[in-house]
Design a protein around this ligand. Structure first.
Ligand code: UDP
Ligand code: GLC
Length: 389
């Protein structure tokens, strides 16, 4: 039924649950019946949207699925697939007569929305969650998508000031950009008890004296290999939890991590937990939450989550990270890709429990104040309202 009243046709290219999708889940659930979602692939994201009562259907993307993020130029087959998909989207928008705006949540979704916008006469809004330009994206890819944005994006919502700045530095029009930080639902964090966290810890790492944990999809730039190298420099009673899965086909990188652990003789201290739905409990069960991205992070939901879990967060100082925590007060910053610095930061917090507790508490207070879901939904709704008229 919601499809008949929705003003917003929201698009995302994937069915997996990455950070962009988890964020869109809260945004679209917050917009309620005002939104209908089309995904270009099926998967757990579709199921999660349905569980939250969001109207969602899948429009398969065909050859567009073969284009990798940041790849040089899409093939003619992929471009044709994008054009066809844009035709499907334009048709859907026209059929659902109430739709007033196309809202794209990823680069691929934006390309399709931009091509569809002209065909159905609707404005397009791009929720930009990536740092455009090298090193994440090739110059050609960036130039293509920024040209499309300057032509067709009525508004670009950036998930951080860093993301907004990278868009503008890549030639994107400054006046269309609005920054809306991610908001994280506090309910799962409020629900974790010390007893349940303790039981979980004993189940995963029985007897470990100290646990550092990294959360996120397994991918070279997320830096799980750096966390493993840091662990190798820490005492034998310190364990590492690697939480997450290779969501976008990075199986070789995941296999490489396991080989690295074997090579370093760390098999009994590193625990690969795969993709988990109990991140809040796992964070609370660890001693320290580590963010190890080797490239600038556009935002980094895991930082806010670690803060909400009342754990000290150690993060790499680049991209949107500095907008989330302040070194020495609400978290600890280390240089990206520096395993020795990471190991030193973990040791320093372990050696000074009052400091670790103070940072954790200040981080939790700040995360609650600055990164609420309601504020995020309000921010996105304001942009969509402005555009939808
Ligand atoms: N996440 C999860 N289960 C896992 C690993 C990660 O639910 O096993 C979630 C994590 O809690 C966070 C998101 O995935 O909300 C990752 O978002 P982030 O912004 O940190 O990075 P992204 O993957 O979007 O670049
Ligand atoms: C993207 C970014 C990540 C951000 C997330 C939600 O996946 O890589 O940094 O937190 O989107 O906006």
């Amino acid at each position: 039924m919601t499809a008949h009243v929705a003003r917003v046709l929201a698009l995302d290219h994937t069915g997996v649950l990455g950070g962009a999708e988890l964020s869109m889940l809260d945004v679209t659930a917050g917009l309620g019946g005002d939104v209908t979602v089309r995904l270009f692939a099926d998967g757990p994201f579709r199921e999660a949207l349905q569980r939250r009562g969001v109207d969602v259907q899948v429009l398969p993307m065909g050859a567009l699925g073969g284009v990798r993020k940041g790849s040089l130029v899409p093939s003619p087959r992929a471009l044709l697939a994008a054009w066809r998909l844009a035709g499907d989207v334009a048709r859907e928008a026209r059929t659902a007569r109430t739709v007033r705006v196309l809202y794209a949540n990823s680069e691929k979704a934006f390309v399709v929305a931009a091509l569809a916008a002209g065909r159905c006469g609707l404005p397009a809004v791009w929720h930009l969650r990536d740092l455009l330009g090298p090193p994440h994206f090739s110059r050609l890819n960036t130039r293509g998508v920024v040209t499309l944005a300057n032509w067709r994006a009525t508004r670009v919502i950036a998930n951080s000031q860093a993301t907004a700045d990278a868009f503008v530095a890549s030639g994107g029009a400054r006046d269309v950009v609005r920054v809306v930080h991610n908001g994280i639902d506090t309910a799962p964090y409020d629900a974790v008890t010390d007893a349940s966290a303790h039981a979980l810890r004993e189940c995963v790492s029985p007897g470990a004296a100290h646990v550092m944990a990294v959360f996120g999809r397994l991918h070279a730039w997320k830096g799980q290999h750096v966390a493993i190298n840091a662990l190798a420099q820490l005492p034998g009673d310190c364990h590492l939890w690697i939480v997450g899965a290779p969501l976008f086909g990075e199986d070789d990188f995941a296999a490489g991590l396991r080989a690295q652990v074997e090579r370093l003789g760390l098999a009994s201290r590193v625990h690969f937990l795969g993709f988990r739905n109990d991140v809040a409990a796992l964070m609370r069960a660890a001693d320290v939450v580590v963010h190890a991205s080797t490239l600038p992070e556009p935002f980094g939901r895991v930082l806010v989550e670690g803060m909400l879990a009342r754990r000290p967060v150690i993060a790499t100082a680049a991209g949107g990270v500095r907008e989330i925590l302040t070194d020495g007060s609400t978290g600890v910053l280390v240089p990206p890709g520096d395993a020795a610095a990471l190991a030193r930061a973990v040791s320093a917090l372990r050696a000074d429990p009052p400091r670790a507790a103070a940072i954790a508490q200040a981080g939790a207070d700040h995360a609650r104040r600055a990164f609420g879901v309601a504020a995020m939904v309000r921010g996105v709704r304001a942009v969509l309202d402005e555009v939808a008229g």
